[in-house]
Ligand binder design. Structure first.
Ligand code: UD1
Length: 305
């Protein structure tokens, strides 16, 4: 049994990781400031999680204590959303950049104390690629972030690489591409499009497509993101530490196609409304997932055989 710390444990991805780890019999500790996370996301496992209400925006003794004595850290805590960051870049910066740095400093202290920490896996974002015309996006491409959110997520990645190079901390950055699945919050104006569309259609409300709907995304299901995180922990450090991996499905679909597919599944009768294109949006997103296939999924095949 291994011991894990999840930051942002009450969020969509953090809680999905927590459920998976508890199911596998691991010891799970989690921190959250509940700014966007919800306690209900931990329903059924709350008694098996050491939950600590903590904000990464300020360094604290409690944060150092949370990093102490764990084998793995999954850093999922962040203020998500491109449009939120366009409206309020300072808050995104504080949560995503300051918060990440404070976690890294606390993790480094734990690592240097007893060397127990084997991996710190960071939730990076496909938004780092920006609007580069090349598709699919591969890790060797120069990042060209557009929105403040994308800048904050890329800064976190660079800090991960720096702490690996400078202090030997075994960090891995996983660039998630538009994740969707159960427990994704559909209620905020900043929610991911898939959750928003499904909620609207189920309530017989009309979803709005921003722009012409021909923008495309590589929608990635949460189960794949959970697997990628687990594999990033079990892969040999010499192969993955200090590196960045795209985590995605490897296929893209336009928003118009997404809407039509959901409409059919849900049995929604109306058409979508169209609104102005969103500032900071990128047009197309598609991942080259060969690096993850080579270094992470290959491992899965070995462990399954
Ligand atoms: C971006 C990142 C993603 C990250 C997320 C965090 C890219 C390619 N992806 O997602 O990795 O996890 O930020 O928030 O940069 N839309 C509508 N109607 C709506 C809501 C959204 O048409 O009601 C459109 C948006 O304008 C956009 C697309 O749907 O074109 C996807 O939007 P969203 O789900 O918010 O994610 P991204 O901003 O693409």
């Amino acid at each position: 049994m291994a011991s894990y710390l999840i930051t942002g444990i009450a969020g969509f991805i953090g809680s999905s990781l927590a459920h998976a780890l508890v199911e596998r019999g691991n010891e799970v500790r989690g921190i959250d400031n509940f700014s966007t996370g919800k306690r209900e996301n931990l329903a059924g496992i709350e008694k098996r999680v050491d939950l600590r209400e903590l904000d990464l925006k300020t360094p604290s003794v409690a944060l150092n204590a949370a990093c102490n004595g764990v084998d793995y850290i999954f850093h999922q805590a962040a203020l998500p959303s491109v449009p939120r960051s366009v409206l309020d870049p300072t808050s995104s910066n504080q949560s995503n950049i300051d918060g990440t740095l404070h976690l890294l400093v606390a993790a480094r202290e734990a690592f240097q104390r007893d060397g127990r920490l084997k991996r710190l896996v960071y939730a990076a974002s496909s938004s780092a690629y920006g609007d580069t015309p090349t598709l699919p996006k591969h890790e060797a491409m120069l990042p060209l972030p557009i929105s403040p959110y994308a800048v904050t997520k890329l800064a976190g990645e660079l800090y991960m690489q720096s702490f690996h190079r400078v202090y030997g901390l075994p960090t891995v950055a996983l660039r998630y591409f538009n994740v969707f699945g159960p427990r994704q919050d559909p209620t905020s104006q900043y929610s991911g499009v898939m959750a928003k569309f499904i909620r609207a259609m189920l309530r017989d409300e009309q979803p709005t497509i921003y722009g012409d709907g021909e923008q495309s995304r590589d929608f990635t299901c949460i189960e794949d993101v959970v697997s990628a995180n687990l594999l990033a922990c079990s892969a040999p450090a010499k192969k993955v530490a200090g590196r960045v991996f795209n985590i995605a499905c490897g296929r893209r679909i336009t928003l118009n196609q997404t809407f039509q597919a959901l409409k059919k599944i849900i049995g929604y009768a109306d058409e979508a409304a169209y609104g102005p294109e969103r500032t900071g949006d990128i047009k197309h997103s598609l991942a080259d997932i060969s690096l993850a296939q080579e270094l992470l999924a290959a491992l899965e095949k070995v462990s399954a055989s």
